[in-house]
Design a protein around this ligand. Structure first.
Ligand SMILES: [Zn+2]
Ligand SMILES: [Zn+2]
Length: 250
């Protein structure tokens, strides 16, 4: 049985509609045997989301709490033309940058073509590491195009457990599309991440809603970048090198 003991997508009270503190999240992760979590609160354009200072000051959070490695990140909002709601100088301070399409963030994107183009443009941002919930009913994407862009830009695409959580009133995922994403990862060679999108500490590392993927014939755990702390830390080290090079060329 696959046991993924990291979680690269979690929210704290700072997001405005999540219910645990960083301290509670770390304790929750420890209780569940999760060794590494990324704190990825929403970008400032989401109603109730944190002010830009939240991200500027996040270095005060320890790198380890209760033995759990804490990665300081964001789930930024993808806006018109693929712009993110944090500027490059803010993104540069973070350990991990994810972004996704969300409601009520002021974007004027209307259809699959718009969502796909904005997502691909966002993926060209050199600071971006991961697209969150690329499969969601509300914002359908042309997965073939997004997959090719993920491979070209070395961006991770997420398998989001919360999208299939029985705790939610409605599931936003589409199972056939999530399975297609796994096939595309094999075809194009980009990486996937398995994350909870926890909005409460007991959701951290809860991936059983994705069993339909793990149990399918096409699934291969080598596609999962966060399958172990070592694997994701290697990714983060390479990321640092990549961004250091970027600084030199600016
Ligand atoms: Zn999201
Ligand atoms: Zn989220």
């Amino acid at each position: 049985m696959l046991k993924i003991n990291t979680d690269m997508h979690t929210h704290t009270v700072a997001s405005g509609h999540a219910y645990s503190t960083v301290d509670e999240m770390a304790k929750g992760a420890f209780t569940k045997g999760i060794k590494l979590i990324a704190i990825t609160d929403h970008g400032p354009q989401l109603p109730g989301g944190p002010h830009i200072y939240h991200f500027g000051n996040i270095s005060v959070v320890p790198d380890k709490l209760y033995g759990v490695r804490i990665i300081k990140g964001v789930e930024a909002n993808i806006l018109d033309r693929g712009r993110l709601d944090l500027e490059a100088e803010d993104l540069a301070r973070l350990d991990f940058v994810s972004a996704g399409l969300h409601r009520l963030t002021g974007h004027k994107l209307k259809n699959k073509k718009d969502y796909t183009e904005a997502t691909i443009k966002a993926m060209e941002n050199p600071y971006l590491d991961m697209i969150t919930h690329p499969v969601q009913k509300e914002y359908p994407l042309d997965l073939e195009k997004v997959a090719r862009a993920a491979a070209e830009n070395n961006v991770i695409l997420e398998l989001n457990a919360s999208s299939y959580s029985p705790k939610k009133d409605h599931t936003r995922g589409i199972k056939s599309e999530s399975l297609k994403l796994v096939k595309l990862a094999q075809k194009y060679g980009f990486k996937l991440a398995v994350n909870s999108d926890a909005h409460f500490h007991d959701e951290i590392g809860e991936y059983s809603s994705l069993n339909f993927i793990f149990e399918s014939d096409i699934f291969d755990e080598k596609l999962i970048i966060n399958r172990s702390p070592k694997n994701i830390i290697n990714y983060l080290k390479n990321r640092e090198k990549r961004l250091a090079k970027l600084k030199k060329t600016v």
